[in-house]
Structures are given as C-alpha cells and as structure tokens.
Design a protein around this ligand. Structure first.
Ligand SMILES: Nc1ncnc2c1ncn2[C@@H]1O[C@H](COP(=O)(O)OP(=O)(O)OP(=O)(O)O)[C@@H](O)[C@H]1O
Ligand SMILES: [Mg+2]
Length: 276
C-alpha cells in the first residue's frame, strides 16, 4: 500500500532519516519507536509532505508522493491525516467547527474563505464526534476541553478528511494514562473498523506492544527493528534505545496497571529513562 524507498532527510550535516526502506502491505497499525532524535517525527512528516525529503521515494498506488505538486499534493495531504501531540486545534473556535476544518481542503477557496459549511458537514462532524464519544462537547470552545478530549476532537477532524491513512505523532505524549488509553483505543478502533493504515510514533514500549500489529524501531535515522511486538525482546529494546544493562522497560511505561510501576507524569521519554 505504501512503500518507502531509500528515503533520506538531512538537516545540514545531520542525517535525521537515513535511506529508510520499508513497505506497509496491508492496513496495519504500525508503531514507530525510538529515543528522542531518532527521526520518528521526520519520517512521519515526510509522508504528509510537511517536511521535504532530501532523497528517495515514497510510493502510494504506484505514484511517488514526494513528487506531487499543487492540487494533487494538497489532495494527498488530505488523504493522510495528521494527529499531533499538541492537538493543533483552534482554541477559540467551537469543537464542531474545529472538526469541520478537516473538510476545508475539499471546498473551493471562496467557500473556505467565508467559512461556510453545509448541513452535511455539520452532520458528518457531529457523527465523527459521536464516534469519539464527545458529541456532547460540540458547542464548547476547544480550549474549554481537557487534553484527552481535545485529542479526540483532533481525531474526529482527521476522520472528516476521510483519509486513506492516519499519521499520529506521539498522540498521547501529553495525556495522563486514562486519556492515553481512550485515545489509543480510538485509533485502534478506526484502524479495525475502517481498515485504515495507522502509523503512530510512540515514546513508550508498552503502548506499542498493546496496540500495534507491527513495530518499527528507529535509532539515529535507521530502522534497527521491524517486526511484530512479540519479537520485541528486552535486548532488542535496549538496542533501539541505545541503552545498557540498566535499561528498565517499566520506566517507559504509560500503563495505569500492568507492571505496577505507575508513572504519575504519564509519559517519560525513554532517553531520560535510560541511565548512563
Ligand atoms: N527543522 C529541523 N532543523 C534541524 N534539525 C532538525 C529539524 N527537525 C529535526 N531535526 C533533527 O533531526 C533529528 C531527528 O529529529 P526528529 O524530530 O525526527 O526525532 P524524533 O525521533 O521525533 O524525536 P522526539 O522523540 O524527541 O520527538 C534530530 O537530530 C533533530 O535535531
Ligand atoms: Mg518527534
């Protein structure tokens, strides 16, 4: 479905993503893990063309999406909806309008300019919010919602784009464990019910294990692991995170029960959790 062919991104002398090649053949839920600076965000942002690749190709339905320009590029950007750690909602706008913004690319410029949405748009936005369990918040301003609710609005907005795939860059990194679970459950449900690729950058191993069919581990811009969560041993995790013997997987946990080592801050960056 989507194929990476030696995709590279350099920032000056720094190679953020280094000749990365992999293929997602079917609608999988893929987790990308790795310590801070490994290249996870850059990888995701190149798919959506938010960051221009330096070289390589990303093929979708026989087309190199890195070569798309103008209207076809904008169409592609609508086809792969992004979900961000910081939600990226318009704080003063009401929730339902924020969701309808997902449709803007589909309208003519004039219509977008005057912010006119059809009854169908409103109905579709309410239905997306309902699916995420927050239809009752539709008329509130986005800034009045909790972080977890705001991320669900952002996912509803992504659904409004009717995308081929969802790209989520650390969607739960700012959330407490309870809201993190609700958001990850929602992404998994979208993957399963709509049969869509969900590509999700995650800081924590346990989340990748719980929700993903496939885990890609990145280190210094390279893929150092690609396989099912069952093959993700502690040794492999050490390799991905560049950690030594003292590496403790529980330190990267977001779970509210599980290993019993609740992390009240919700999420701890593996880089910070790795000593030495
Ligand atoms: N706009 C930029 N300009 C210069 N260097 C950048 C830019 N964006 C990323 N980099 C560098 O590219 C490398 C990969 O960054 P990236 O943000 O993709 O990592 P990441 O795995 O998402 O990290 P994190 O877990 O902290 O989000 C890092 O060394 C980073 O400093
Ligand atoms: Mg990142």
């Amino acid at each position: 479905m989507i194929q990476f062919d030696k995709v590279t991104k350099t920032f000056g002398a720094r190679t953020a993503v280094n000749k990365v090649s992999f293929t997602v053949e079917q609608p999988q839920m893929v987790g990308v893990i790795g310590r801070s600076g490994a290249g996870k965000s850059t990888l995701l942002r190149m798919i959506n063309r938010l960051t221009p690749a330096t070289s390589g190709r990303i093929i979708f339905k026989g087309e190199d999406i890195l070569a798309l320009k103008g209207a076809t590029k904008r169409r592609w950007q609508r086809d792969c909806a992004m979900v961000f750690q910081q939600f990226n909602l318009v704080p003063r706008l009401d929730v339902v309008t924020n969701v309808m913004l997902g449709r803007l690319n589909g309208h003519g410029t004039l219509k977008s300019l005057f912010n006119i949405f059809s009854k169908d748009d409103v109905a579709a936005a309410l239905s997306a919010l309902d699916r995420l369990g927050i239809a009752q918040e539709a008329t509130k301003r986005a800034e009045e919602l909790s972080g977890g609710q705001q991320q669900r609005v952002a996912i509803a907005r992504a659904l409004m784009q009717d995308p081929h795939m969802i790209l989520a860059d650390e969607p739960i990194a700012s959330l407490d464990p309870m809201n993190a679970k609700i958001v990850m459950d929602s992404l998994r449900e979208i993957h399963e019910r709509d049969n869509k690729i969900v590509l999700c950058n995650l800081h924590t191993l346990d989340t990748a294990r719980t929700y993903c069919d496939r885990v890609i581990g990145m280190r210094d811009g390279l893929i150092v692991f690609d396989g099912p969560p069952s093959e993700l041993s502690t040794d492999v995790a050490r390799e991905i995170y560049g950690a030594d013997e003292s590496f403790n997987e529980a330190a990267t946990s977001t779970s509210i029960e599980g290993n019993g080592q609740t992390n009240p801050a919700g999420v701890m960056a593996p880089a910070a959790a790795v000593s030495g």
